[in-house]
Design a protein around this ligand. Structure first.
Ligand code: T4K
Length: 371
């Protein structure tokens, strides 16, 4: 039935164009396009209110937020991180001259394995950079304990975790800071965009200077900053996007349930259930395909899907530790990362976005299960 329709792994949810035009007309009229304009200020406050956090600094994208967040905390030496993420996580360390130290992941959450962090700490370690992969919260308590014991900073890459809550509180209250991405492929998008969330008001001030070339005022430059500012058009889109966020989160939850129901008795296909006391945001629907039990490899399924216009993705394959820039690091050797090495060969992210229909999900499942 859907043979001619392309189905992507994700698609942005957008507000009615007419509503956005109203904002654009106002921006055009004011001629104020960037540099902490009124929509930028409103959007930062609205995010604080919506996420239940103290300080938000907006950015042009999540990668610049990561790079600059590490600068703001003056992180140096070695940082323990996960190989199972989007490359930007490790690239941010590289851009700061920091050595990434890869830690294996936990097979239940696919996040950094908190029990393997301690053995990787050296006198050069200054911080831990975990990722809430697919929006699944890391074990924040164990990580906080380790950080406290060894005097390390914790920077969460929360690019996938917009709106995620544990025990009714934002996941972004943990660590020294959390980084968000508002890229077009994210649950909450401003086309490109990102943010740093921190509980420390002074740190926010420093971050705001750094993202504006280091300017503290017209004539004072406190450090070699960069230009990483979000503009008024993105900020206005962000304000509008907040209005539709909960509705689309609930639609994603429904679609997740549909997938789970259809796959619950399929041998060789594993999916992830909601975690206890967590309010999820359902950004991805990852499955793990066990070739022996399922009778087909992950890559065979990937190919079959594409032949049928279903553009699923292998997030995250290859592992970051396998890219040429990082594969010669001592911590990148595959025998040190057995869980990540296994998962990266099995994972496939199925399409999920609020405009996906129930029929689309049925079609995806049909193709997945076709022999
Ligand atoms: N940390 C983590 C853990 C991250 O996942 C990311 C980004 C970052 C940090 C860095 O944040 P940013 O600097 O990006 O803000 C995508 C995204 O480009 C990237 O933002 C994202 N993670 C990563 C997981 O996925 P690609 O190369 O897979 O994107 P692309 O262009 O192939 O898009 C995938 C599908 O999405 C398309 O097949 C169709 C749909 N799509 C895409 C775009 C760009 C649309 O429907 N509309 C669009 O405008 O990397």
């Amino acid at each position: 039935m859907q043979e001619n329709k392309d189905i992507y792994v994700t698609q942005p949810s957008l507000p009615p164009l007419s509503k956005f035009t109203e904002y654009l007309e106002d921006i055009w009229e004011s001629k104020w396009l960037t540099n902490n304009g009124k929509y930028h200020q409103q959007f930062e406050q609205a995010l604080c209110d919506c996420l239940g956090v103290k300080n938000v600094s907006l950015f042009a994208n999540g990668t610049l937020a990561l790079i600059l967040g590490l600068q703001a905390l003056r992180i140096t030496g070695e940082v323990i991180t996960t190989p199972y993420s989007f490359v930007a996580t490790t690239h941010a360390l590289h851009w700061n001259g920091i050595t990434p130290v890869f830690c294996d992941i936990d097979e239940h959450t696919l996040n950094i394995d908190p029990n393997k962090i301690e053995s990787l700490i050296t006198p050069k370690t200054t911080a831990i950079l975990p990722v809430h992969v697919y929006g699944h919260p890391c074990n924040v308590d164990i990580i906080a304990n380790i950080a406290e014991t060894y005097g390390l900073k914790v920077i969460y890459d929360a690019a996938h975790a917009f709106g995620v809550k544990t025990n009714g509180q934002s996941i972004m209250q943990y660590g020294d800071m959390s980084i968000l991405s508002f890229h077009a492929t994210k649950v909450f998008t401003t086309a490109e965009g990102g943010a740093i969330v921190t509980g420390d008001e002074k740190l926010k001030k420093r971050i705001d200077f750094l993202k504006n070339f280091g300017f503290a005022d017209e004539v004072t430059v406190i450090a070699p900053g960069i230009n990483a500012k979000m503009n008024e058009i993105q900020a206005a889109l962000g304000l509008l996007q907040l209005e539709g966020y909960e509705e689309q989160r609930l639609r994603r939850k429904e679609l997740t349930e549909l997938y789970k129901e259809a796959l619950s008795n399929v041998k060789g296909v594993k999916f992830f259930n909601d975690m206890e006391r967590v309010e999820h945001n359902y950004p991805y629907f990852p499955i793990l395909i066990d070739q022996k039990e399922f009778g087909k490899s992950r890559d065979a399924v990937y190919k079959k899907m594409r032949e049928n216009n279903i553009f699923v993705r292998r997030y995250f394959y290859p592992l970051i530790s396998q890219f040429p820039s990082y594969r010669n690091l001592p911590s990148a050797s595959p025998e040190k990362l057995p869980v990540a090495e296994k998962i990266t060969k099995e994972v496939l992210c199925l399409p999920i976005y609020s405009n996906l229909s129930t029929g689309d999900v049925k079609y995806v499942i049909d193709i997945l299960l076709q022999r």
